[in-house]
Design a protein around this ligand. Structure first.
Ligand code: LLP
Length: 437
């Protein structure tokens, strides 16, 4: 199966040293279960590879992949930095006690409130995305009498091979300043005039779920071309080069990601070449992995319900969650592997398709997977749901959001409670205007 979990003597799937069937009974389903030791392992793989290469770096966990107070506490323990893209993600980071100097704020439409909160809490860096933000930030800094380090997000015009919906680095993009049409340079010139804003370097993000290093290498070259020009024209020295996230993971056997240190080594090698070529100092390298830190560290547990067999066509097995806790199959046609967690060692005897519970034909989690005989009440564990699962969950059909459990070395702990029906209607207000006939 090639997923990082094993089974116990009862043939049950074990995550973080805990029997998933016990977890389903204890906390109910749908349930996200993270193996925290795997989160640590992934984080350390990135951090240590930079250390071994002798490169000063920040590995900023992209919290959009999965943000919660417990998750950010683990990120802090592992000496990660943090990429936040909204006031909500920033608020969560502050609640988790994340060190502010290691928080970076992103976003293509940062609001006055978001920027003000970031400035007020003196976060480490703001990644500037557009001209509008330059004005807004400089006004806020002036009012608060503070200064801020920024990176300029640029679009280097490189297409990473991935699904169209998650391509963010090409030129026809809502993100960042274009390198090709001179907008990046124009922004840079404007910022040189401002005492309150310090441009400490450039940022780019070329896409997500990337399996090769070519795109990253090309991005490094392109950014250094620009930095070379700015060095000659303005005597500019870049302290930081942020190459974004996008490091791919394995969802199914079709995916062949590199080991995490493979991506880092390729980046470091290319930066070294460029530094030598342009006669520059080696910058600090920042990266922003989300999926590669948490993606393969969790499973989602569901209970199987109704089974519809259409002889000669298909057998549908419905589960008690779906596109409300995992939007990726419906949104990107993303593929997942799964196992019947209470029969994990049983021989595979039939093919079924796993349907979600939402009132929508597109709510299918997995097509045509091989399983042992499935019965009502089995526990299905879908692998690799740690990134963009809970974080993209929603209330369609008014399903309460699932619970999240962290398991580590045989112990388990609830870290996000299951929503109640009271939670669902908490913000609803009755209509109070008198009926007009
Ligand atoms: N940095 C920036 C600026 C980003 O835009 C992203 C992802 C990341 C870092 C983290 O990328 P990662 O390492 O996780 O690939 N919802 C989609 C993914 C959207 C990613 C958007 N930006 C999905 O479920 O596949």
């Amino acid at each position: 199966m090639n997923h990082p979990f094993h089974t116990n003597e009862q043939g049950h799937l074990v995550v973080g040293g805990v029997d998933t069937i016990d977890l389903a009974k204890k906390y109910g389903t749908p349930l996200f279960v993270y193996d925290v030791s795997l989160i640590r392992k992934n984080a350390r793989a990135f951090v240590n590879t930079f250390k071994q290469a002798g490169v000063s770096a920040q590995v900023a966990y992209a919290s959009k992949a999965f943000s919660s107070i417990a998750m950010l506490q683990v990120a802090k323990q592992e000496n990660l930095s943090l990429d936040v893209v909204s006031q909500g993600e920033l608020y969560t980071a502050l609640q988790a006690g994340f060190p502010v100097d290691r928080i970076h704020l992103h976003g293509n439409n940062k609001s006055f409130e978001e920027l003000s909160m970031a400035v007020q809490h003196e976060i480490g860096c703001i990644v500037l995305d557009n001209f509008y933000e330059i004005e807004l930030l400089s006004d806020i800094l002036e009012k608060q009498g503070r200064t801020m380090d920024v990176l300029l997000r640029v679009t280097p015009g490189i297409e990473a091979h991935t699904h169209d919906y998650i391509l963010t680095g090409n030129e026809d993009s809502k993100f960042g300043f274009d390198l090709a049409n001179g907008q990046a340079e124009q922004a840079f010139e404007m910022l040189q005039e401002m005492d309150s804003i310090h441009v400490i370097g450039l940022h780019c993000h070329i896409g997500s779920q990337i399996f090769e290093t070519d795109g990253f290498v090309m991005a490094v070259r392109r950014l250094f071309e620009t930095l070379g020009e700015w060095k000659r024209e303005y005597g500019y020295r870049s302290k930081v080069l942020n190459l974004g996230g996008g490091f791919g993971i394995r969802y199914t056997a079709e995916d062949e990601p590199l080991p995490l240190d493979g991506y880092v080594d390729a980046l470091v090698d290319e930066v070294q070449k460029q530094v030598d070529f342009h006669g520059m100092e080696f910058p600090e390298i920042w990266i922003e992995p989300g999926r590669a830190i948490v993606g393969n560290t969790a499973v989602t547990l569901y209970r199987t319900g109704s089974i519809k067999d259409i002889p000669g066509v298909r057998k549908y097995v419905s589960v008690d969650g779906g596109m409300t806790d995992n939007l990726r199959p419906a949104l990107y046609q993303a593929k997942y592997d799964a196992v019947i967690a209470n029969k994990a060692d049983a021989p595979l005897t039939e093919k079924v398709s796993i349907a979600g519970k939402c009132c929508e034909s597109g709510d299918m989690l997995i097509w045509d997977m091989e399983v042992p005989e499935v019965e009502y009440g089995d526990i299905l564990a879908v692998y690799s749901t740690g990134a963009y699962g809970y974080s993209m969950s929603n209330h369609y059909n008014r399903f309460p959001k699932a619970a999240v459990v962290f398991a580590e070395q045989g112990e388990d702990q609830l870290v996000i409670q299951r929503e109640s029906y009271e939670d669902l209607t908490r913000n609803d207000l009755p209509y109070g205007i008198k009926e007009r006939v």
